[in-house]
Design a protein around this ligand. Structure first.
Ligand SMILES: Cc1cc2nc3c(=O)[nH]c(=O)nc-3n(C[C@H](O)[C@H](O)[C@H](O)COP(=O)(O)O)c2cc1C
Length: 142
């Protein structure tokens, strides 16, 4: 039985996040997610968080319950949860994308004019996160 899942959710930050706020979330995520072999991507823009987590079903469930309880955000909504054969995210990444040129590019490629995860279909959320993750990889390699 397949036990690896991909979970996508969005939420609203309690207040405008600074780069330091995001960095602090990321530092925790990087350490903890590597320990439990969870990959994914966290995107922050216009007070929205959009996050994808891939890994073992029980591990992701436990992690998501912790994340959903975090006072730094609320209005947490699950977009999709599916079983995966092939992971789309090989690493743990984060895009503080507000200032990145590739954000606008990825949005355009997904046919989006506004970043509002509440109005985006699950497939579009994943498509955008994959494009952002790829763009980050390319930026790192350059
Ligand atoms: C939007 C958002 C995304 C987060 N993503 C993760 C994550 O992917 N992994 C993680 O371990 N913690 C994440 N956190 C932090 C957790 O909510 C929680 O603070 C952390 O798991 C506690 O870890 P600690 O017990 O090692 O301090 C996130 C928090 C927020 C607000």
């Amino acid at each position: 039985m397949k036990k690896n899942i991909r979970l996508v959710y969005f939420s609203k930050a309690q207040r405008d996040m600074t780069l330091d706020d995001i960095q602090s979330i990321l530092n925790t995520a990087r350490t903890n997610n590597a320990d439990v072999e969870v990959c994914g991507m966290l995107c922050y823009e216009s007070r929205w968080f959009l996050q994808v987590l891939e890994g073992d079903r029980a591990t992701i469930s436990e992690l998501f319950i912790d994340i959903a309880d975090d006072p730094r955000h609320d209005e947490v909504v699950i977009v999709s949860m599916e079983y995966v054969d092939e992971p789309k995210f090989k690493d743990w990444q984060m895009g503080y994308v507000a200032s990145a040129d590739y954000f606008e590019q990825a949005m355009k490629e997904c046919g989006l004019t506004e970043f509002n995860p509440d109005m985006m279909a699950p497939k579009v959320c994943i498509d955008l996160l994959v494009r952002l993750s790829r763009a980050q990889d390319e930026a790192k390699a350059a």
